[in-house]
Design a protein around this ligand. Structure first.
Ligand code: ADP
Ligand code: MG
Length: 353
């Protein structure tokens, strides 16, 4: 089936919405570029249970965010929160704003979950339901963190395979979907679609400094400014190979892995402090470890202990994600094939040792 026909059918037969269809509920978030509310439909169609929805009223970047979400829905629907519809709402003041509608996935972001004293056991209950009263040891914690990382990398691989770089991966932009009991990515407001040249010029000012990789520009500064769309479409697979812009998201995901392993880095201040330490070590995680481990407290030592399980396979994965040079970081696909996620391979490995 032709992509064009599919897109046309999708546009034509899908339910469309307008301003008055929604009843605004609780405000869920407010960023520099929009406000997010929980909403419901004014009159629910009796045949279908639409459930609760989420509305983002976005400013200038709304159009790009709609584009990204429509692409994601077609190419990797379960990577991200399910997107229903986006439109320009022009009846209000100041030239209108973009309205974006998603399915309400659940009440917890990964940020809420890792800031809880219960983490990672709170996540275990959410993924598996009520769990038996197993001993709460470091191996069990590692198993839960592995599951979160696998789901996160799976979603990221979906985005990257579609040609989309998220550029704002952080626990606040990872939502737990209560329906599918998995983590999904949200907030494509800073994303770039390199295959068709949408949002091609890097908007580095959008990036969250706490989770941003050290490279200032995601595309090398050598690459020319945005070519026309058809030219970009032909060029971008080449540019993708040259610049590996997806590795920017990998660095951010590595920092999430780090935060899950070390409770001390889960708060903003903790993470900022870690970033300062790592920069002082020229972004070399092994060098950082050498400086902090000798005088590490209980918490920090426990984090290393977790990552050192199974012959240090967790630490190996972490150090292959958080690296100064984008080229030396693993891709999402390669990370998913890492032995950290492969218990069978690990068993074989332990037999060989
Ligand atoms: P921004 O960061 O630009 O304000 P987000 O898209 O990240 O906008 O949404 C803000 C917050 O709203 C999220 O951190 C999350 O708590 C909540 N949220 C967004 N989308 C959903 C969704 N589909 N389901 C449930 N909650 C959501
Ligand atoms: Mg956000």
């Amino acid at each position: 089936f032709d992509m064009f026909v599919l897109a046309f059918l999708d546009r034509f037969f899908r339910t469309t919405y307008k301003k008055d269809d929604f009843i605004l509920g609780k405000k869920l978030g407010e960023g520099a570029f929009g406000v997010v509310y929980r909403v419901s439909l004014a009159k629910k169609p009796s045949s279908k249970k639409e459930g609760d929805l989420v509305l983002k009223k976005a400013t200038e970047y709304g159009a790009v965010e709609i584009w990204m979400n429509e692409r994601v829905r077609r190419a990797c629907a379960n990577c991200c929160a399910y997107f229903l519809y986006g439109f320009l709402e022009s009846s209000s003041k100041k030239g209108g704003e973009y309205w974006l509608i998603w399915q309400y996935e659940g009440e917890s972001t990964l940020s809420d979950l890792i800031l809880s004293k219960e983490f990672p056991y709170n996540v275990e209950t959410m993924i598996l339901g009520e769990v038996q009263d197993l001993p709460k040891g470091i191996e069990r914690e590692n198993r839960i963190i592995q599951t979160v990382m696998r789901q996160l990398l799976f979603a990221l691989d979906g985005l990257h395979s579609t040609g989309i770089v998220h550029r704002d991966i952080k626990p606040q932009n990872v939502i737990f979907s209560e329906g599918s009991r998995t983590f999904k990515i949200i907030d494509l407001g800073a994303a770039a679609d390199l295959r068709v040249g949408i949002n091609y010029i890097p908007k580095e000012f959008l990036l969250d400094p706490r989770y941003a990789a050290p490279e200032q520009y995601i595309m090398s500064t050598q690459t020319p400014s945005a070519p026309s769309a058809p030219v970009a479409a032909a060029l971008s697979p080449v540019l993708w190979q040259l610049n590996l812009p997806d590795r920017f998201d990998i660095y951010s995901t590595g920092l999430i892995f780090l935060q899950m392993a070390f409770p001390g880095f889960r708060t903003d201040n903790g993470l900022i402090q870690f970033n300062r330490q790592l920069k002082r070590c020229d972004y070399d995680l092994n060098a950082w470890r050498k400086t902090v481990e000798p005088r590490a407290g209980v918490e920090l030592r426990r984090g290393f202990e977790l990552l050192d399980l199974d012959g240090g396979i967790g630490w190996e994965l972490l150090t292959s994600m958080v690296r100064y040079k984008a080229r030396q970081r693993v891709s999402a696909k390669a990370a998913l094939a890492h032995p950290y996620f492969d218990r069978e391979a690990l068993l074989a490995l332990s037999f060989m040792q």
